[in-house]
Every structure is written in structure tokens, then in C-alpha cells.
Ligand binder design. Structure first.
Ligand SMILES: *[C@@H]1O[C@H](CO)[C@@H](O)[C@H](O)[C@H]1NC(C)=O
Ligand SMILES: *[C@@H]1O[C@H](CO)[C@@H](O)[C@H](O)[C@H]1NC(C)=O
Ligand SMILES: *[C@@H]1O[C@H](CO)[C@@H](O)[C@H](O)[C@H]1NC(C)=O
Ligand SMILES: *[C@@H]1O[C@H](CO)[C@@H](O)[C@H](O)[C@H]1NC(C)=O
Ligand SMILES: *[C@@H]1O[C@H](CO)[C@@H](O)[C@H](O)[C@H]1NC(C)=O
Ligand SMILES: CC(=O)N[C@H]1CO[C@H](CO)[C@@H](O)[C@@H]1O
Length: 836
């Protein structure tokens, strides 16, 4: 009886919690209610499972309703049971279909954690995902299926795409994860931004999209499907917008809601480039206008960007950090963009009516005249309205917020050097005890093979390694005068990319690389040859396979030629392109598994500036809980592993151009070259080491260095909170707490007096000092506040008294607290504090 009751109870619970998700022209409708939803992207493999609960919780606190993720096909199905053969060298010896959903790939766990936090999920299956991810998410074996053409009306491709999409949908159904089953998934996406690149595919593009839509809907998930950037998305698929601004966007049918599935809180970092960021005021402006004009779903891409561990970056040349200037930084810590989501949630409480008999009224500043700040009279009051901004009034009277004057709590976090290990008291170096193995130059493997002519790299390596050796010997007649200076012989090399290191007779002669937009390069290396036999070894490498564009899979890589010796004294040019070359896929160290630290080949010492060297050391985990990074300053280029797990490619020697970092105004249309930082500096010198990969001691760090570096210079850094700031104007009645339609406990009283709220993020810390406090007309931003022409004399002492020694403090921003230093002027309180 008891057992029966329990079973009955479970069945009823499952039925009761099933949720009906549909849509109309205004919004997604969840159980009969149209919903305004704020979404944010978190990609599960770009962090570690122990970080997921914190990321999800912080997203919820930031006001998100939905978490969006792509599905990463090439992580989940790295191998396939087919006797596939690359045209050049390898055949894939695979025994069984093998899916991988372990660890960082544990999609089900991720979706369940989001559900536990009470948030919804948007599952962007693709399976083409772009995402700055290797090969756009496609497994490399797909490339070797006879007759396949990606992303078009091609039977072999459609069969594989359908199989994988059905696999994912089936897994979700089995776990009851669709809303229709009582789970968190309210939306799924099929394909991805295909409309941006479909014209080269001709009429087949249209039939492919029809097929994809039918295939998806036939899987019967019970929740709507979307296609982004797809004007011809067939019914019932909703077409959605991805861009920096979507306020002009309308879907392709009257009965579909206006949804913004991606626009960009920042932009991704490239090796060799400065770091892009997007001013918060501009994001707030874009998002508010979108809701104002009828948008009801928008997704911050990214809410947490994270890290491209291993060799997962696309591009080529996407950096290992995928911070994306997102509200949660690469390490999962909140930065200063977080708070404005609250405000947006408030502002969008009733997006369907902005007339004055409703609670919200929206005013917009000049878009065209960027110097045209305005004073607007409305409903008997006057409002200052800066250009490129939007103001929201509650009750047609009270200014709730203006996107250009975001009242927010901001933090400054900084990486500080930390010493590890007891034997290093006077040094910040990771270790004084290194060992190394020299990687042989050129061919060292029994699997090496000969071919006439130059081979394409991806067809050859099948991306099993970044590295491919091209080796050849040439005979030089002894009498050549070019041996003795004065005469410059050059090796002319044309490569499809991405990076090349040239070795002549075992010595590194030079390197060359392309960039994300022109992957390939042509380079004339000066070479010095000797009489008799000379060995030329070209180490060609990929830095992430291309992830976007029509026919991106056909771009190719490697030294496809021509390769010529020029400037010989007898006046001739020797074209080596069609001669017989010897090839080796990957490094000897890779085949020996040196990345795990194993093998008996390690020799004590740490030779500096020696190319092609494996380095190893042991270290203790830095103390505390703060996020950890390795500062690779001093190294050249390579890949690093901690306890056998790849933390990614490192390349601190690649310096961003010096220009382009001038002051950037939030006013005017944003694009990814407008606002840059770190010009003239390494694009990336800090690399995330997840805490969960470390033991307290005896951790193993291995690096493979390609061009030469000094491992004794690298150091651990931990991320510390340097400052906590808040600035609130007395004219802003909205306190910091979130307001949400669904959770009345989060609702604040809009008429409450404005207050500055400070809280140390670490519950074990208290506010230890007030670095700055000013009530009046303070200027600047967190880290660089200064007093304005008007200031009260007691702001610092009042703030110190209210805050020091407590984790949280909360001060009313008004003349009744501080006195009135300038009657008739709207004043604000700015505070910068530190925690300890
Ligand atoms: C789901 O909602 C739609 C529209 O709100 C309604 O027409 C439909 O009958 C509902 N379906 C179920 C199974 O409740
Ligand atoms: C006020 O609200 C009602 C019902 O919500 C609506 O019909 C009317 O058009 C609104 N008035 C104005 C001026 O927008
Ligand atoms: C010129 O010299 C190179 C290098 O010694 C040799 O390979 C080539 O055959 C010579 N060409 C002629 C035309 O003699
Ligand atoms: C790879 O090999 C196939 C088959 O020979 C060929 O069609 C394709 O063009 C090659 N890819 C590249 C990028 O060269
Ligand atoms: C990006 O913005 C900058 C600054 O407004 C402008 O000079 C540049 O032309 C823009 N680039 C593109 C591609 O629109
Ligand atoms: C990749 C992409 O779709 N970028 C778009 C982002 O939005 C801007 C402005 O609308 C477009 O110009 C870009 O093409």
C-alpha cells in the first residue's frame, strides 16, 4: 500500500509540474502567461563542474530567468564507428560509437543544476554552433565521410546531423528535462546563424533549412524551436536576432514574438590583438530599447564566457581566455556589469504598454546628435536626458533609471603574485626545480611517411595534433659562394596557416603566422646553407580550426606551397614544392604522453630560450579559495597541462598592436573595434588553472614550448578583490534589490529613499577601509573617483562609521544623512571600499 501510494504520488507530481510553453506575437507563453524573459549564456565546457552551481546562482542573483548553452558535438562524439580514411595518411581505427558526457561534458548535470536553481534552459543544439569553438563544433571525422558537404541539402550530412540532434533530444526526454515533461528546457535551437552565410549554397540552402525545421519539429520536444539570423525560418520555428543592437528587429510572421538570442556583452579575444570591451551604458541602452520596442526575450552573450581549455578554440587564433567582458568574468567572479540586469528587469515589468496609465514610461535621448543631451518636460516635471540613453519613469513621474547613469555596485579585481612551496620564500617563481626533455627537430617517429609534393594539413592530421612536420634534405654543391656572407639565400614559403617554425640543419631560423581573417601567409626566410646535405624542417601548426563562414570546413591549413629556394649564386631558383617530402603527424613527446609528466626521459634543469622543449615541475596549490592563474610572462608559445589536463594554448609573446586603445565613449553605435584595452601588451599572459584540478601538493605542471622561453620566470597569481564601489544619486528612488514579476519577495518599494549598499562578496570578510567617499557631485568611476565642485565635509567619517567592521552596510543617500553642501543640486554618494 505504502509503495503504491509513493508511485501514485510521483506520477501525479510529474503530471502536475509539466509546463505548457507556446508563443504568440508578444512573447513566449508559459502556462498561459506571456513572459518577459532575461537570458544569459553559460557554456558548460568553458568552466568546471564545481564552478557550475556558483555561476548559476550568481546568474540568478543577477536577474536571469533563463540560461542558454550550446551543445558541443565534437566534445560529445570525438570518434565514430566508421572506417574513415583521410585522403593522405591515416585511417581511423575505431571500434564502437562512443559518446562522452563526463566531467565538463556532463550536459545532463548542468541542465539539472539550472533546474534546481529554479531557472529555465534554452538548449541551442545546432549542431553547427560557431561559438569561437574548434571547427564550429563539428567533429573532425565528419569531414572524411565520402560525399559530405556541410550545412546544405546533402544526404550524408543530413543523416549525421539528424542522428546527433535526435540523440541529444532523446537524452533530454529520457531525463524528463523538457518543460513539457516538467523539466527546465523551454526552448531549443536548430542550426545557427545560417542566414548570414547561406547565399553561396544556392537554392539548396532553402531546402536544407526546410528540412532542418521539419526534422527538429518532428522530434516532438513539446517546446518551441528557434533559428537565429534566419529570415526564412519556416513555421512554427521562431526566427530570432543576434547582433549588438536588435531594437529594429521584427520576426518573419505576425504570430511570432520578438526575441534576441545573442547580442554581445563584449567580444572575444584573439591572440595578437588587444582586448575588446563594451561600455555598460551602451549595453543598457541597447537592451532597454529592445524591450521598449516590444522585445520580450533577450540573451546576454556571454553571461559567463570562461576558458577555452585544451585545443578547443576556433578561429583560428581565438585566445584561450573566453572572458568576453561578460558580467561574470573568466573565473566566475561578478564584475561591475552585473547590477544593471536588475534594472532592466524592473524596467521591463510591463513592456506591452508604455502609456501613462501603466506603471512604466520610457523616454529616449538623441540617437543621431550625440552631443545633444536634452531637458525633457513631461507630465509637469523636467528630466535631464543624455544622448544615446533611455530613461524609465515609474508612475509616469519617478525616474527609476537612466541607462547612461547606472547606479551600481562595482568591483575591481586584480591578480597578485602568490608564492607556492616552502623552498621559495624570496621568489614568486612557481618552482626552482624544473626538468626538461628536448623534442627532436624533424622526423623522429616510425609512423613518418613520404609523399611527393606538399600536403594539406587538416586532411593529414585529422586535427589529432596541432603539429605537422614537413621535412626535406637538399644537396648544395660545395663551391657555392653564398656560404660566406654577403649573399642572401631565401626560402620562400607559402602556407595556408596558421603558424610555421622553420628549422635549418636543426636550428630555428624563424617563424611566421597568419591571423583570423587571412589565415595564410607568405614568408621569405633568410637561410644559411652549408656545402653538401642540408636539412630543412618546417613545423606547421594549427591554432584552432576555422569555425565560421560558408564552406569554412574547406579552408585548409599547412604548407601547401610553393616552397622555393631563391637567390642561389648560379641565379636559379629551386622549387621544392613537388619534391618528395617526409611527414610526421604530431610530436614525439605527444606520442610518449609527456603531457602527463610520465616517462623516464626527464632531465633535471631548465635550459632557457631553447626551442622545442618540454618542461616539468611539481608545485603545491596556492593557499585560499581565490581563483588561480599562471602568468606565462617569459614564455614564448605552446600548450600547458596541470595534472594531465590541458589548460590551453599559451602565447604570451604575441603582443597586441600599440594603437586603438584611446578613450571610448559609450555614445554612438558600438562595434568590436571601438573599445579596446591592453594595446601594446601581450594579448593573454594569464591562464586559468581551475582549483578543482589541483591537489594540496605534488601537482604536476608540464609545458611544451615551441620557440624558447624561461620557465623560471612564470608565476602563480591569485585573483583578489581590490575595491568595492557604489555610486547612487539621490534622484534615483530604486534601491539595489531586484524586482521581478515572479518573485514578490524580490520586489522593492520604488518610493523608498535611494541607498548605497556595499557588501563584501566573501562572507568571511568585512569592510576594512573606506578609500573614498563623497556626497555631492563626485566624478570618475570605481578606482578613480574624485570630488566634484560640491561635497559635504562629513561623507568619509559617516561612511567609515557605518561600514568598517561589517560585511554589509547601507547608507541613505540624502541631505538628511550628510547635510546639504549645495542646495538645489541633485547630489550623489560615491564610495570605494576594501574588504579584508
Ligand atoms: C498550451 O497553451 C496554449 C496557448 O496558451 C493552448 O492553446 C493549449 O491548449 C495549451 N496546451 C495544453 C496541453 O495545455
Ligand atoms: C490605458 O489602459 C487601457 C487598458 O489597459 C487602454 O485601453 C488605454 O488605451 C490606455 N490609455 C492610453 C492613453 O494609452
Ligand atoms: C644551382 O644551384 C643549386 C644549389 O646548389 C642546384 O640545386 C641547382 O641545380 C643549380 N642550378 C643550375 C641551373 O645549375
Ligand atoms: C582534403 O582532401 C579531399 C579529398 O582528396 C579534397 O577534396 C579536399 O580538397 C582536401 N581538403 C583540403 C582543405 O585541401
Ligand atoms: C567601429 O567603430 C569605430 C568608432 O566608432 C569606427 O571608426 C569604425 O569605422 C567602426 N568599424 C566598423 C567596421 O563599423
Ligand atoms: C556576427 C554578427 O552577426 N555580427 C553582427 C552584430 O551586429 C552588428 C550590428 O547589427 C552587425 O553589423 C554584425 O554583422
Amino acid at each position: 500500500m505504502m509503495r503504491l501510494l509513493i508511485v501514485w504520488f510521483l506520477v501525479v507530481v510529474a503530471k502536475v509540474t509539466a509546463v505548457n510553453v507556446t508563443y504568440d506575437h508578444r512573447a513566449l507563453i508559459i502556462d498561459g502567461r506571456p513572459r518577459v524573459l532575461v537570458s544569459g549564456s553559460i557554456h558548460y565546457p568553458r568552466s568546471t563542474p564545481d564552478m557550475w552551481p556558483g555561476l548559476i546562482q550568481k546568474s540568478k542573483e543577477g536577474g536571469l530567468d533563463v540560461i542558454e548553452t550550446y551543445i558541443f558535438w565534437n566534445l560529445h562524439e570525438p570518434v565514430r564507428n566508421q572506417n574513415l580514411k583521410t585522403p593522405i595518411a591515416r585511417s581511423f581505427k575505431r571500434n564502437e560509437d562512443k559518446y562522452d558526457f563526463e566531467g565538463r561534458k556532463d550536459l545532463i548535470k548542468f541542465v539539472k543544476l539550472v533546474a534546481n536553481a529554479g531557472l529555465y534552459v534554452h538548449l541551442r543544439i545546432g549542431p553547427y554552433i560557431s561559438a569561437e569553438w574548434n571547427y564550429g563544433g563539428f567533429p573532425l571525422w565528419l569531414h572524411f565521410i565520402p560525399g559530405i558537404v556541410f550545412r546544405t541539402d546533402n544526404e550524408p550530412f543530413k543523416a549525421e546531423m539528424k542522428r546527433f540532434v535526435a540523440k541529444i533530444v532523446g537524452m533530454m526526454k529520457e531525463e524528463n528535462l523538457y518543460a513539457s515533461q516538467g523539466g527546465p528546457i523551454i526552448l531549443s535551437q536548430i542550426e545557427n546563424e545560417y542566414g548570414n552565410i547561406d547565399s553561396p549554397y544556392g537554392p539548396a540552402a532553402k531546402s536544407y533549412i526546410k528540412w532542418a525545421a521539419n526534422m527538429a519539429t518532428s522530434l516532438d520536444t513539446g517546446v518551441p524551436w528557434v533559428m537565429c539570423q534566419q529570415r526564412d525560418a519556416p513555421d512554427p520555428i521562431i526566427d530570432t536576432c543576434n547582433a549588438f543592437y536588435c531594437d529594429g528587429f521584427k520576426p518573419n510572421a505576425e504570430n511570432k514574438p520578438t526575441m534576441w538570442t545573442e547580442n554581445w556583452t563584449g567580444w572575444f579575444l584573439l591572440f595578437g590583438e588587444a582586448a575588446p570591451y563594451r561600455p555598460v551604458e551602451d549595453i543598457a541602452f541597447a537592451v532597454t530599447r529592445f524591450y521598449q520596442r516590444g522585445g520580450t526575450f533577450q540573451n546576454y552573450y556571454m553571461y559567463h564566457g570562461g576558458t577555452n581549455f585544451g585545443r578547443t578554440t576556433g578561429g583560428p587564433f581565438i585566445a584561450t581566455s573566453y572572458d568576453y567582458n561578460a558580467p561574470l568574468d573568466e573565473y566566475g567572479m561578478a564584475n561591475n556589469q552585473l547590477v544593471f540586469v536588475y534594472l532592466i528587469t524592473y524596467g521591463s515589468s510591463d513592456p506591452f504598454h508604455t502609456s501613462c496609465n501603466k506603471s512604466v514610461y520610457i523616454m529616449q535621448g538623441h540617437r543621431d546628435n550625440l552631443n545633444g543631451d536634452a531637458n525633457v518636460n513631461f507630465n509637469g516635471n523636467s528630466y535631464h536626458l543624455p544622448a544615446w540613453s533611455v530613461s524609465i519613469l515609474s508612475d509616469c513621474k519617478n525616474l527609476v533609471f537612466n541607462t547612461a547613469k547606472i547606479n551600481s555596485m562595482a568591483t575591481i579585481r586584480r591578480f597578485v603574485a602568490t608564492s607556492v612551496g616552502h623552498d621559495l620564500s624570496d621568489s614568486m617563481a612557481i618552482s626552482s626545480k624544473w626538468s626538461y626533455v628536448s623534442e627532436p627537430v624533424g622526423i623522429s617517429s616510425n609512423d613518418a611517411f613520404n609523399r611527393p609534393g606538399l600536403v594539406e594539413q587538416i586532411n593529414t592530421t585529422a586535427d589529432q595534433s596541432d603539429y605537422l612536420w614537413y621535412s626535406i634534405s637538399i644537396d648544395v654543391k660545395g663551391a657555392e659562394p653564398f656560404l660566406h656572407g654577403g649573399f642572401q639565400t631565401t626560402l620562400h614559403v607559402k602556407s595556408l596557416g596558421h603558424v610555421l617554425h622553420l628549422f635549418v640543419n636543426g636550428q630555428l631560423e624563424g617563424s611566421a603566422n597568419g591571423n583570423m581573417f587571412t589565415h595564410g601567409f607568405t614568408k621569405d626566410f633568410s637561410v644559411v646553407l652549408k656545402p653538401g646535405k642540408n636539412k630543412l624542417d618546417l613545423l606547421s601548426l594549427t591554432v584552432g580550426l576555422q569555425h565560421f563562414g560558408a564552406f569554412f570546413d574547406k579552408a585548409g591549413a599547412g604548407v601547401t606551397g610553393p616552397v622555393k629556394l631563391e637567390g642561389l649564386t648560379n641565379g636559379s631558383t629551386v622549387d621544392l614544392s613537388s619534391q618528395r617530402w617526409t611527414y610526421q603527424i604530431g610530436l614525439k613527446g605527444e606520442s610518449l604522453g609527456l603531457n602527463t609528466g610520465g616517462s623516464s626521459l626527464w632531465v633535471s634543469g631548465s635550459p632557457k630560450s631553447q626551442p622545442l622543449t618540454w618542461y616539468k615541475t611539481n608545485f603545491d596549490a596556492p593557499a585560499g579559495d581565490n581563483p588561480i592563474a599562471i602568468d606565462f610572462t617569459g614564455m614564448g608559445k605552446g600548450e600547458a597541462w596541470v595534472n594531465g589536463q590541458s589548460i590551453g594554448r599559451y602565447w604570451p609573446s604575441y603582443i597586441a598592436p600599440t594603437g586603438g586603445c584611446s578613450v571610448c565613449s559609450y555614445k554612438g553605435p558600438y562595434n568590436f573595434t571601438k573599445c579596446l584595452k591592453n594595446c601594446g601588451k601581450p594579448s593573454q599572459n594569464l591562464y586559468h588553472v581551475p582549483r578543482s584540478w589541483l591537489k594540496p601538493s605534488a601537482n604536476v605542471l608540464v609545458m611544451f614550448e615551441e620557440i624558447g622561453g624561461d620557465p623560471t620566470q612564470i608565476s602563480f597569481k591569485t585573483q583578489e578583490l581590490e575595491s568595492l564601489c557604489s555610486q547612487v544619486s539621490e534622484s534615483h528612488p530604486l534601491p539595489m534589490e531586484a524586482w521581478s514579476q515572479d518573485d514578490p519577495t524580490r520586489k522593492s518599494n520604488p518610493m523608498a529613499k535611494p541607498r548605497v549598499l556595499l557588501e563584501c562578496p566573501d562572507p568571511n570578510q568585512v569592510i576594512s577601509s573606506i578609500k573614498f567617499a563623497s556626497f555631492g557631485t563626485p566624478q570618475g568611476k570605481c578606482g578613480s573617483f574624485s570630488h566634484g565642485y560640491c561635497k559635504s565635509s562629513n561623507a568619509l567619517s559617516i561612511t567609515q562609521k557605518a561600514c568598517i567592521g561589517s560585511r554589509t552596510c547601507n547608507i541613505e543617500v540624502s541631505s538628511s544623512t550628510f547635510g546639504d553642501p549645495c542646495v538645489g543640486v541633485v547630489k550623489s554618494l560615491a564610495v570605494e571600499a576594501s574588504c579584508a
